[in-house]
Design a protein around this ligand. Structure first.
Ligand code: PEP
Length: 246
């Protein structure tokens, strides 16, 4: 299965950074079908970025589950699609924590995103306290069960990202054995939910992926790509990760 490497720019990036988008898209184009690459930029940049790099996937970092309505400041899937987004992240731990998003909200967003024609990356992950209490797998399995969109799903359009919260932006990376154990547990939940189609859903790892550790992470069984925050902001950092996944 071709790996999906998605960058999450979080609250970074203005039109001054379009050169990085162009450089990343150009190299991704050269790598052809060997790897799938996307950049999830701030909503304000989606339209300009998508126009700057036709054929390359620009994405969003969140969306509202409803199609329209009195939701000041929110954006729905069709608006993101209209702006040029091809993919959306839902359920990132920063949204779950800072905006009180529950599994049911994340599930509704994933379903709405898929309905609107967007690809979806759905994030799950445990806190440090949950890992230290020996509850990492149970916590993530419960999140997966409660967040998965109603099937059937197409693995080309729907991915899961396992992102241990304690590894995001901290420089701490989960050990490959822990990643393998967690991805196997997630795979079992996907197969329980979707049958054989669950085997086609890529499970990305996210949490301090860098040029120096990407190859080892990508060699771990059941790792179908990466969701990359800090190291996706520049072509110099992101492209070695993309190349490691190609
Ligand atoms: C993320 O934002 O999803 C992420 C994994 O961030 P970082 O790579 O910076 O840890």
């Amino acid at each position: 299965m071709v790996k999906l490497i998605a960058g999450n720019w979080k609250m970074h990036g203005t039109s001054a950074d379009l050169g990085e988008v162009r450089a990343i898209a150009a190299r991704a184009g050269e790598l052809g079908g060997r790897v799938e690459v996307a950049l999830c930029v701030p909503a304000t940049l989606i339209h300009r970025a998508a126009e700057a790099v036709p054929g390359f996937t620009i994405g969003a970092q969140d969306m509202h589950a409803n199609e329209k309505g009195a939701h000041t400041g929110d954006l729905c899937a069709s608006m993101l699609h209209d702006a040029g987004a091809g993919i959306v992240i839902v359920g990132h731990s920063e949204r779950r924590e800072a905006h009180g998003e529950a599994d049911a909200d994340v599930k509704a967003k994933a379903e709405a995103g898929l309905r609107a024609g967007l690809k979806v990356i759905l994030c799950v992950g445990e806190s440090l306290a949950e890992r230290e209490a020996g509850r990492a797998v149970a916590t993530v399995a419960a999140q997966v069960d409660a967040s998965l969109p109603q099937g059937p799903v197409d693995g080309a359009r729907f991915s899961l990202a396992y992102e241990p919260i304690w590894a995001i932006g901290t420089g701490r990376v989960a050990g490959c054995e822990d990643i393998e154990e967690m991805h196997a547990a997630i795979r079992a939940r996907l197969v329980a939910a979707y049958g054989e189609a669950g085997r086609g859903v890529r499970i990305l790892y996210g949490g301090s992926v860098k040029p120096g550790n990407a190859a080892e992470i990508f060699a771990t069984p059941e790792v179908g790509g990466a969701l990359v925050g800090g190291a996706s902001l520049t072509a110099a950092d992101f492209l070695p990760i993309v190349e490691a996944g190609a």
